[in-house]
Design a binder for this molecule. Structure first.
Ligand SMILES: *Cc1c(COP(=O)(O)O)cnc(C)c1O
Length: 512
């Protein structure tokens, strides 16, 4: 659209010389601003489409030092004295930075819980960044606050079926887990020790506080413990069973020991979808144990939460509604661009321990007349309107398509596991619960663990350098294993066969 097609309701009359000077750099109601914005957006879109359209490999394979050279050759200075044409600049950015980034939408980009983003959400991102609403206060967001509240209401109903439930959008699982353990700590201190942590900090008993989770729980449980002033020692890692789920027997044993030692276990963290295996802890049983021991029950469903959308798989999350709080990430199995997550709370009264009053953001008289200022529910202040992209994606695709995509990837993982099971050159660790498959190349002729570790590490780095496929590596019982995280519903079983064949060829060539 050129300037002639733009309906200018506020023509150039009241504009001063001073404003004119910066007109082109912002999106506003003047022709110059609108034209520059449209050119910038078109150029960015062209750069991205060019890369998606022409890149066949998940990565160019460029080594870090080589990229430094390309970057330095293309861009002389980080902040040049004079600016450049936006069209040329974005073209250059496309040919250098975008060209040598990881192509997350490639069907053979299978390392992490890192999804191809939905185009509907990418369009919503244009509105999110262009509108630049901030979710901390009503007077910086208006309609956006209502949309987030409605989405949070819907999510609360989906996970808890409970009127008291509430929640807030977060930057992801790290923040959501921290919030869960923060509220858990503060409720425990208030109820059991009559101690107000918000006002007084930690009591001397703090060194006895304990969090229980399985040893396969995400590292952010430990990270939260030290951020909360409890130290990593506060986390008791409980052994897992052969399916990588928390062992109930071990959990009971650790609880007994902790109580005998006079420690204060205040939180039990279940994982619904562990990062490596996608395994899901037995939620009902854990909920019962948490209840019995007066512990806060937090479910980290960053990965597995999306199963709620699938009629075929939501039964795997049975018992999640007993949680006191839940972590769910939308930038994983909900196919949202980074970042997008939520923290959900069974009883909104628990948000009170977070609440601070900042006169400029959430004055108490706003509350009295029912104006929502979401800053009271978050540990962030300025916060993105990420709820919009989830909303737009839900509206554009509908539940059925989300469910079909999730179901497809779970079926693909099952099929992948059975290929590995039937092939004597590979070793599968355990049947996948969701869509992550952990395995290693383990031919009969190689006997030493050291040798296997080297081969498997080599496979992963070589495939990445060649840009053929991106796999993750992980450790199981101190040995190197490979992981396929099959989030992409466009990955086919042919892609999987091709990767396994590449691995075999690679090892053969290397052996010669
Ligand atoms: C990804 C993940 C996290 C961390 O979430 P971020 O969104 O990366 O901050 C926490 N727990 C689990 C189980 C995860 O998979």
């Amino acid at each position: 659209m050129g300037l002639s097609q733009v309906d200018l309701r506020y023509p150039l009359t009241q504009v001063t010389e001073h404003q004119h000077r910066f007109d082109r750099y912002f999106l506003h109601n003047q022709v110059e601003g609108i034209d520059y914005y449209q050119l910038a957006m078109r150029s960015a879109e062209a750069a991205l489409v060019e890369q998606y359209a022409t890149n066949e490999k998940p990565y160019s394979g460029l080594a870090p030092t080589k990229f430094v050279h390309i970057f330095d050759d293309t861009f002389d200075e980080m902040l040049p004295e004079e600016g450049a044409s936006i069209e040329n600049l974005l073209k250059k950015v496309g040919e250098t930075i975008v060209a040598h980034s990881i192509q997350v939408a490639n069907p053979r980009c299978l390392a992490h819980l890192h999804c191809p983003p939905l185009s509907s959400a990418l369009a919503a991102e244009v509105l999110i960044s262009g509108g630049n609403q901030s979710m901390d206060s009503w007077d910086q967001s208006a309609s956006a606050t209502i949309v987030e509240e409605k989405m949070v209401r819907w999510l609360s109903d989906l996970f808890f079926k409970e009127d008291r439930a509430d929640g807030v959008f977060t930057s992801g699982g790290t923040q959501s887990n921290l919030m869960g353990l923060l509220l858990a700590r503060d409720r425990f201190l208030q109820q059991e020790l009559n101690w107000n942590a918000q006002r007084n900090g930690l009591p001397i008993e703090a060194s006895k506080l304990r969090i229980l989770c399985s040893e396969a729980a995400h590292f952010t449980v430990r990270q939260s413990a030290f951020l909360l002033g409890l130290g990593e020692q506060a986390v008791i890692p409980v052994e897992t069973d052969e399916h990588q789920r928390i062992s109930i027997e071990s959990l009971k044993h650790h609880l007994k020991l902790a109580n005998e030692e006079g420690l204060l276990p205040f939180a039990l963290v279940a994982t619904a979808g562990t990062t490596d295996f996608g395994s899901i802890d037995p939620l009902n049983e854990l909920a019962r144990i948490a209840d019995e021991h007066h512990m806060w029950f937090h479910v980290d469903a960053a990965y597995g939460g999306a199963l709620m959308l699938s009629e075929n798989h939501k039964h795997k999350l049975t018992g999640i509604d007993h949680a006191d709080s839940i972590t769910v990430d939308f930038h994983k199995l909900f196919y949202q661009p980074i970042s997008c997550g939520a923290f959900l709370l069974k009883d909104r009264a628990n948000f009170d321990s977070l609440k601070l009053h900042a006169d400029y953001l959430n004055p108490e008289d706003d509350e009295e007349i029912g104006i929502p200022n979401l800053v009271t529910k978050s540990i962030q202040t300025t916060r993105r309107f990420d709820a919009l992209k989830l909303f737009v994606s839900f509206q554009a695709l509908g539940r059925k398509i989300f469910a079909e995509m999730i179901d497809y990837t779970i079926d693909l993982a099952k099929e992948t596991a059975s290929i590995l099971d039937d092939d004597s050159q590979f070793e599968l660790v355990t049947q996948p619960e969701i869509n992550a498959v952990v395995f290693r190349y383990n031919p009969e002729e190689e006997k030493s663990e050291e040798g296997l570790n080297q081969i498997n590490a080599f496979i992963r780095s070589h495939l990445l350098e060649e840009g053929q496929a991106i796999l993750a590596r992980t450790r199981v019982n101190e040995s190197v294993y490979l992981k396929l995280t099959l989030l992409n519903p466009r990955t086919t079983i042919e892609d999987i066969h091709a990767i396994f064949n590449q691995i075999k060829q690679l090892v053969q060539v290397e052996a010669k």
